[in-house]
Design a protein around this ligand. Structure first.
Ligand SMILES: C[C@](O)(CO)[C@H](O)COP(=O)(O)OP(=O)(O)OC[C@H]1O[C@@H](n2ccc(N)nc2=O)[C@H](O)[C@@H]1O
Ligand SMILES: Nc1ncnc2c1ncn2[C@@H]1O[C@H](COP(=O)(O)OP(=O)(O)OP(=O)(O)O)[C@@H](O)[C@H]1O
Length: 289
């Protein structure tokens, strides 16, 4: 298989443009309503087929043992589910901060599932891959469906949407936020009334909020001060459970101006919102209408 060129695929970031927590299931998971949008920035995964069935990932992620790495977990899951006897060498170029609310781990898992499906010639439907992915994380299915989406349930009931695609400046406040800690916090509100997708879209970006924000501000003062600084300059929000926050800007120039003003030592980047995932564009694979 060594003369076959490797498959080089993007694993884009996502933003939660809105996040409402509408309830909690008996297994503890929270039911939510969210709008997912992709960014034109992310990790890159290089995949090469192996005939001996082995799965090998380089480099190791700091603090993440191989058995917990979502890329290897996704690869093993697909091998088991499909009965495929092939293997792969996987190389990850990690750009997205871990635990940042940008869905990096989930996106890596989705790119692995879709990439190996292609490399191993399995041809599984996207919906089957999304079902497999949901076992790895609530955010994996949207990365497999590949379109900006209104999501309900725990994030798996998806309706494709077309959103405004402005420029964003994403800032990482330099601390990690624990998703389980935010969802366990007693002060988190879990009773926001559900709304229809039409109403959410009609309200537009100015009306969109993230229900985790008050709790994350309380638990992580660094996130609160970053949000305050950004909000004084442009409409800004938390993505997922943080730690990243993002400002919405009308043009690349405004994004550049905001980046130039940023206090030294903050880690920040500009990115474009995307309604179509670059992963699906790279593979030429879209759900049938
Ligand atoms: C908040 C979001 O970022 C919105 O996109 C996601 O729903 C979080 O997705 P994720 O990071 O893939 O999270 P998972 O790995 O599925 O869950 C981590 C932990 O967060 C809690 N969790 C997560 C998602 C959810 N809807 N309800 C929860 O209560 C659970 O305790 C779970 O054990
Ligand atoms: N390939 C991977 N990339 C990133 N994190 C991984 C990976 N594999 C396992 N993890 C673990 O998953 C945790 C969450 O990572 P991730 O970057 O997806 O968080 P996130 O951006 O907050 O995601 P979300 O928005 O879905 O909550 C990490 O802290 C890390 O321990």
């Amino acid at each position: 298989m060594s003369d076959v060129p490797p498959l080089v695929l993007p694993a884009p970031a996502k933003l939660n443009r809105l996040l409402r927590i509408v309830g909690q299931r008996s297994d503890g998971y929270h039911t939510l309503q969210t709008l997912f949008q992709f960014l034109d920035i992310g990790d890159t995964l290089t995949l090469r087929g192996r005939g001996d069935g082995k799965l090998h990932l380089t480099p190791a992620l700091p603090g993440v043992p191989d058995e917990a790495n979502l890329i290897l977990r996704a690869a093993r899951l697909l091998k088991e589910a499909s009965g495929c006897r092939l293997g792969a060498d996987l190389h990850l170029e990690k750009r997205l901060p871990m635990g940042g609310g940008l869905g990096g781990g989930s996106s890596d898992a989705a790119t692995t599932l879709l990439g190996l499906d292609h490399l191993w010639g399995l041809g599984l439907p996207l919906a089957t891959l999304a079902d497999l992915g949901l076992a790895l994380g609530a955010d994996v299915p949207v990365f497999l469906h590949g379109h900006a989406a209104w999501a309900e349930g725990i994030g798996e009931r998806l309706t494709p949407v077309t959103l405004d695609t402005p420029w964003f400046v994403v800032v990482h406040p330099g601390i990690g936020v624990s998703t389980p800690a935010v969802f366990k916090a007693p002060q988190l509100t879990r009773d926001t009334p559900p709304i229809t997708m039409a109403r959410a879209l009609q309200g537009g970006a100015a009306s969109w909020r993230n229900d985790c924000e008050a709790t994350v501000r309380e638990l992580y003062p660094e996130v609160a001060s970053t949000l305050d600084w950004l909000n004084a300059r442009a409409p800004s929000m938390l993505t997922g459970t943080g730690a990243c926050v993002f400002a919405r800007l009308a043009s690349e120039r405004e994004a550049d101006n905001l980046l130039a003003e940023m206090p030294e030592g903050w880690s920040a980047f500009k990115a474009r919102g995307l309604d179509r995932s670059p992963l699906h564009d790279a593979l030429g694979r879209w759900p049938s209408a």
